[in-house]
Design a protein around this ligand. Structure first.
Ligand SMILES: O=C(CO)[C@H](O)[C@H](O)COP(=O)(O)O
Length: 232
């Protein structure tokens, strides 16, 4: 099965958790997009759901395919969010933000009673950090924030290149109008400590460590679907 088919299978398995009338958080990325396509088919045949998209990109796809949308201000409590991830550890702590939507993704996941992560097996890791950690920062003082991030990480024994995400020769700008720093710290055994340290830096808007948000991961591999539950 090719990579796209695995994403479709994970999305299809997660769709089984969606029931009529649900208020859904809808993720961002290529796996989440497969979920939107399958959800749109259900909507076309009569399922009634309302979705809060986690990015302008997802909003555009939902609108194109006829998935009804609302805003988090209109619907501030959601039943379920379904989203992809860049890395998933055994506790279901995640690295997210490869697609640059981590701020809205985290706000939406936190407003949801449950979050299901959909992915192929390549996203499962023992320890997070091979994937560079996205850190969304205010544009103002970006260099100073970068220095503060490096210093905070060093206090925790973490180091490595921190690069400003670029696209088409320009800094990548998030839906919220911020920049993203990608921090290649390598293995991050102390995710909670790093999360706290990053949140203490004024220029950091949010980071891509999702701790205690995902309740289930639906993971597709060559041998089928594996469902991983977060420890209670
Ligand atoms: O966090 C994300 C976007 O900000 C995505 O969920 C993550 O990058 C995974 O994307 P994909 O499903 O394309 O591998």
């Amino acid at each position: 099965m090719d990579a796209r088919q695995l994403k479709i299978e994970a999305a299809r398995a997660a769709l089984a958790h969606v029931t009529d009338g649900m208020r859904l958080g809808i993720g961002t990325g290529s796996t989440a997009e497969e979920f939107v396509r399958l959800l749109a088919e259900k909507v076309a045949t009569g399922m009634t759901v309302i979705g809060v998209p986690t990015s302008e990109r997802t909003a555009a796809l939902c609108s194109e395919l006829g998935v009804p949308l609302t805003t988090l201000d209109e619907t501030p409590e959601l039943d379920l969010t379904i989203d992809g991830a860049d890395e998933i550890d055994p506790e279901l702590t995640l690295i997210k933000g490869g697609g640059g939507a981590l701020l809205r993704e985290k706000i939406v996941a936190a407003a949801s009673a449950r979050m299901i992560v959909i992915a192929d097996r390549s996203k499962l890791v023992e320890t997070l950090g091979a994937f560079p950690l996205p850190i969304e920062v205010n544009r103002f003082g970006r260099r100073a924030t970068e220095i503060a991030v490096a210093a905070a990480a060093a206090e925790l024994g973490l180091s490595g290149p921190i690069t400003l995400r670029m696209t088409g020769g320009q800094p990548f700008v998030t839906d919220g109008g911020h920049f993203i720093l990608d921090a290649s710290f390598g293995r991050i055994p102390n995710t909670r400590a790093l999360s706290n340290a990053l949140h203490a830096i004024p220029g950091v808007v949010e980071h891509g460590l999702f701790i205690g948000l995902a309740s289930v991961a639906v993971v597709a591999g060559a041998n089928g679907i594996e469902t991983v539950h977060a420890p209670r």
